[in-house]
Design a protein around this ligand. Sequence first.
Ligand code: SF4
Length: 374
Amino acid sequence: MNISKHDALQWFEFFAELDEGEGLPPRQQELALATLYQIEEAENARLEALMAEVPGLKSLEGRTYYVGPDDKFPKGCRSCLLGTGLGAIRKTNKCNLQCPFCYDFGEMDGQPPVGEGMWEIGGTKFYERDLDLLLSVDRHPTGVAYVYLEPFMEIEKYYGIIRRFHEAGIYQHMYTNGTLATEENLRALGEAGLNELRFNLGAARVADRVIDMIGVAKQYIPMAGIETPMTPEFYDLFLQKKDRILATGLDFMNCAELHLNPNNIENYWGEPLVMCRQGYLSPIWSRELTLKMMRRASEERWPIAVHDCSNRTKFARDLNLRAKEGGWFGASSYGNEFGGIPYAAFLPILRDDGFRFLKEAPLPEGYRIGDVVL
Ligand code: SF4
């Protein structure tokens, strides 16, 4: 069913008026899903056109795309996408910022603590002294990542555990907004054996101090780079400070496709959105900006890897993780984070005359506005 944009808008205006939680009968569900498909197909065509303009675009075994030197591609991503998968370690349940794109926006004070003296590894609570037991029982992961909020809120607690994983030969990467980084704590992380540090440069709105800390990190930690959601604001600020950023000697930039959840969607209300594989919901400009950035990096021969960390990449990452865990064929936890379709959120793109569906056809009988559609 190649539903037209006009029909799709009429149906979505109707769906948006329904009470939240009210399920749609099957044919109305077909209409809703056919609309999401049309938006996604149209957006894919725009992305393919942008990709075709990126010289030297490379694929990491079909799992993701990047440009730039191969040895600058983040090894933590290689472990996630090709190795044993993302091994998540959680500790800190707090952050000193409040980014509009944060998945915990508005909920920062409600993040559950891991507990005094404890670490959450693979969903299980451990004391640091339990690590020898864990490492003697389990097969070692190719890499682990410290993924919960802002580790530099209590960075001194991390040195010991990083040292133990380092001694076990496990690759470790960490995320930070960089605002609390100092030469002293970056040196301590490097001495403990951290392999890779990723700065969310968009969190600090590309602050000079954080840019400088990337350069300091590079002195002590083998790989340092940027991982930040691609937004129009970040794109502009990055290009304004591009020379200063590249002069830090950073290795890579992971351009994350911004995806929305019930916490942060209000901050992007009114933006044109696409739902990818009935899963992540993203503003269409996010990956488009990534591809424009990659084109520029490649044309200007920036000495870093620029990585298209898209929703498709996250989908590949999750498939890899489940497969390595011994999950069933096709198992993945990728999916819709809303528990339904937020119909009203799609009205802006359906009302945007500049966004066209690729193919349109009249609705079949039994699916038209005015029909009894069950
Ligand atoms: S720095 Fe990271 S954890 Fe903190 S508010 Fe921003 S996105 Fe969230």
